[in-house]
Write a protein that binds this ligand. Structure first.
Ligand code: PXP
Length: 245
């Protein structure tokens, strides 16, 4: 199973202090450095979501990461003309189309592929003609999988949010939905990915979903990075503070 690390929240941290600063040398944490650390640790790809509201990832991040990443770039995006044009200019290896709503804290719910078939069809064609593999972020539901197959998407990313947030009573049911959906999508020849809310605990159950090719994980990895890296960061600062001149 391959891992795409979503580094949006590294940018969230940077924007909290440096939102108005264009000079990437001055703003930290450095996204290109974060991506390189993930790659050195074995990540198979870097995932970023260029939102219409530019809440975390900025246009210049997409351009810079396109240049510095050695694995593959997976650009998550809404189906809007502005962002589609950017994707066609930057040419990430993969695009994952997601629903977007300005008020949400993070992506909520899957893309309504069957309901938006007509709007999605030309976008998929344009992206695929440019050599970009397309994934659709969907709920683990039969009608969505069938619509994704009909659209000739290369991949689906099954939304694991409902499973990750479920209580003990409904968790098995949500897991079953994902397992059935994965079989269904695989049967249609779609590459099966999954993402949202996957962490160091629920990964044990996520692993039981069949045919998973790739997981996109963000928040839990960035959070764990803060904890396991904080000690070293403090040690380095103390050393600098008390260095004899
Ligand atoms: N995959 C998709 C399509 C997403 O929208 C997100 C959240 O930005 C993720 C994966 C990563 O989710 P998380 O940060 O909960 O790991």
């Amino acid at each position: 199973m391959r891992l795409g690390v979503n580094i949006d929240h590294v940018a969230t941290l940077r924007q909290a202090r440096y939102a108005g600063v264009q000079d990437v040398q001055r703003a930290e944490p450095d996204l290109a450095l974060a991506a390189a650390v993930c790659e050195r640790a074995g990540a198979h790809g870097i995932t970023i979501h260029l939102r219409a509201d530019r809440r975390h990832i900025q246009d210049r991040d997409v351009l810079r990461l396109r240049d510095t990443i050695n694995t593959k770039l997976n650009l998550e995006m809404g189906n809007t003309p502005e962002i589609v044009d950017i994707a066609l200019r930057v040419l990430p290896e993969e695009v994952c189309l997601v629903p977007e709503n300005r008020k949400e804290v993070t992506t909520e719910g899957g893309l309504d592929v069957s309901g938006q078939f007509k709007q999605l069809e030309p976008t998929l064609k344009r992206l695929q003609l440019a050599g970009i593999r397309v994934s659709l972020f969907i709920e683990p539901a039969p009608d969505q999988i069938e619509a994704a197959a009909k659209l000739r998407a290369e991949m689906v990313e099954l939304h694991t949010g409902a499973f990750a947030e479920a209580d003990a009573k409904t968790r098995e049911l949500e897991l079953k939905r994902l397992q059935v959906a994965a079989e269904h999508a695989h049967g249609y020849g779609l590459q099966v990915n999954a993402g949202h809310g996957i962490n160091y605990t629920n990964i044990t159950q996520v692993r039981t979903i069949p045919h998973l090719a790739e997981l996109n994980i963000g928040h839990s990895i960035v959070s764990r990075g803060v904890i396991v890296g904080l000690g070293q960061a403090v040690e380095e600062m103390l050393k600098q503070m008390n260095r004899t001149r």
